[in-house]
Write a protein of this length. Sequence first.
Lengths: 274, 416, 293
Amino acid sequence: MKTLKLKPVLVNAALAGAALLAIFPLLWMLSVSFMHNGEASNYPPPLLPSAPSLDRYRELLKSGGFGRAFLVSLSLATISTLVSTLLNALAGYGFAKLRFRGRDTLFALLLGALVIPGQVGMLPLFLMLKQMGLVNTWAGVLVPSMASIFGIFLVRQYAMGLPGELIEAARIDGAGEWRIFQAIVLPLLTPVLVTLGVLSFLGSWNDFMWPLIVLTDGNLYTLPVALAALSREHVQDVELMMAGAVITVLPVLALFLALQRYYMQGLLMGGVKQ
Amino acid sequence: MISRRTLLASAALPLVACAPREAPLRFWGMGREGEVVAELLGGFQRENPGIAVQVEQLPWTAAHEKLLTAFAGDATPDIAQLGNTWVAEMAALQALSPLDEQVATSHVVQETDYFSGIWKTNVVDGQLLGLPWYVDTRLLFYRRDLLAKAGYDHPPRGWAEWKDQLRALKRIGVPNPLILPNNEFEPLLALALQQDEPLLKDANTRGNFEGAGFQRALGFYLDLLKEGLAPVQSNQQIANVHQEFGRGTFAFYITGPWNIGEFKRRLPAELQGAWATAPLPGPTGPGASTAGGCSFAIFKRSHRKAEAFKLMEYLSRPEVQGQFYALTGDLPPRKSSWAWPALTSDPHARAFAKQLENVRPTPPVAEWERIANEMQTFAARAAAEGSSAAETAKALDEDVDRILAKRRWLHERGRA
Amino acid sequence: MIRREKLTQMAFVLPALIVIGLFFAVPVLLGLLLSLTDFDLYALVSLKNLRFVGLANYIDLVQQPIFWKALGNTAYFVVLGVPLSIGLSLGAAVLLQSPLAHLKPLMRTALFAPVVTTLVAVAVIWRYLFHTRYGLVNEALQSIGLNPIDWLGDPHWSMPTIILFAAWKNFGGNMIIFMAALQAVPTDLYEAARLDGAKTWAQFRHITLPALAPTTLMVGILTTAGYFQLFAEPYVMTQGGPLQSTVSVLYLMYEQGFRWWNLGAASAVAFLLFGLIVLVTRGLMKVANRGAA
């Protein structure tokens, strides 16, 4: 007779329960987004739509400006990712493998600056951008995210592990630094760059406070800002809000599912910041 | 503020007839009015095919913030709807363009046709900086059938009678006879404006909330909450105001003209005769209320001032104001418009006409929006914690004095 | 020759440094400067209205009751939220690492998903789930015979709701870190303990926990520093209410800065917060070092 072992049951039940609690809000969001107006505000509140429809999505995409906001978020996140990954890669490699005066002190300074919360500089940055005429523009939204200390740190950590002899050999052969970077270093850095790219894309897509401050015109909004504006205005329209939330969350969830290995890797590398 | 359930309006609506290449005229509208304005613009576009208008619709909860952010970031629109208390604020920031010249040569806008009290709130330092769009005040909306059941056949004529009526309603089982949402400052403000003492003193550089007037108003307000005649709740906790009014969860509500339209629309037909409006009761008789409303204003930084004024003119035409009234229930600022059958025959609007003859302005300082919010925050806390009107008023004055410190300094140097 | 080489090498780091310098370092320094003035809307109209006030903003700030309320709210959030979040992360990591668990990749993905989602979107979702009348949470409470709670409208429950929300949203991140740390613990230690007759719980207490100590400390410090920067949740879910029970220090900065445009005062709040975070994290590290010694 097989005795029923308690422990495996407990462990798996606890795990499944926790997992369910973790994703339940997201499942509910999906379910409500297909409901009719006012269906969710019934007593008792329903779990599933009685007659699923795409009407809420149509409303948002047609007249709610969410289609445009989606494209805005997509474009800004892509540009931000490409530019910042490049700049961070260059700098990370530079701090790891190139020797110039003050390199280590400079890097220590950068690391120290990681402690400073980003919001400290937001207001003065806003005023600076005003002087440059960048308030209420997409350039204004992008500009602060084009390089990041954390990104440089990640690349540097990884680059330090690259074989120095390869690079030295190329130098002796007379290759210039750019050539070395392009032909040898970049291919080797690919894994960390993918990780960095995923982190940057997610960070830019989810960014809320800065675009909220910089953008005043509704037709320039990114998805999180558009959703926040909608939620202030249409407090009672749950189904509409949920459809908006789905549009905002689904792309990043999909990206995460596809590339989760790289994302978690990045977290680990950042976490073990010894 | 209660958000109103409406069709989802466009966040931005470029109405391009002839695809002009230049940037569209940017108009910022707020709340329901912002949604409705887009519908009114069809006629304007037909007459002015070369002017594209982009309507930005802002929720009231974010509008003030967005205006100031736009001002700070040099990103103001061409023309905006401004609450008339905000006109003074924007004026103090020198953000608005004077309209005197344009009004003087206009055929549509005649100063003499406007209520002089309302017109005056838009004149700062001798310059006209806003053109009134609609007027607004707060008064009582009440369930006259429930009041009759409680034994009264007329709305309250003074604070004392009002309290008696509320107590009577409680006795017949109305859970919350009056609702005073703790995140709306207008009711307390109206009670405070009914007093003889001003809210700020010393050329509006110091708070006067410790004065007898405000303490009386605050005391009355807190008493209502303490006695359980009004619940200690925010308007979000009340969920659906219109539904609850229909269900008789509350019998009195202090709100504005847009709710005439809302209640007509949302309450079932059999209840339409059961509610009515009435002017606010004052301490000893009929009371004053807030002199609200919105104006159009053109920003100094706009490059399209002439076109912006054309838009203002169009929206100020009596016929267009009539359309606007039909869509929103917002009341026109032009005396001639009050002769419309729609308004003279509407019994609910009559109370507003009466109240509008007894409205008082708020102090015209740039910090007023903040001070009004602080006032309500302190009152809400006092209600929740059970503090007295005297201690609350003292703390409030300390806070307001600090808020006005800069203004005091500027005033001493003759700059404010 | 050598100089050109050095220049080229510096050119690698230059673009990133320019961006960071111009759009981070300079604003931070400007912020410090602003905090010593009374920069506000009047100053935006004309710089003649600007005054240098030294430390007056800071002194003024600590004399305002709302500052202490914000500080109290933030401290409440940190003191309750950090242990909760770390506890959940550790628990989930231990479960996932257990050899008895099935479907690990699926479970891990599900547990981690909240971290990736957009805060604004999930805050809106939670607001509805915790709605007093139509929310599923109260529905569940009532189905087991408890009274419904006014989660976001009652000043006593608003911050706990936000703490719960933050824990749900963030526990996945630290979970991954704990998982990596758990994997690094040599299995023969567990073997030896098992042979000695130690039960699971004893193994956990005497092997796992001590081995995880450095990771726990690091995670604790990072989470604490992050939690002090509470802002987006109150902004989206409660607007600082009800009755200012969810006004955090950063929310106060946002109000002062972006609602009323008192940039001088707002910058003072930001720097005060920064100083506080540094103090607390230093304190945590000292306590941990003393404990380890």
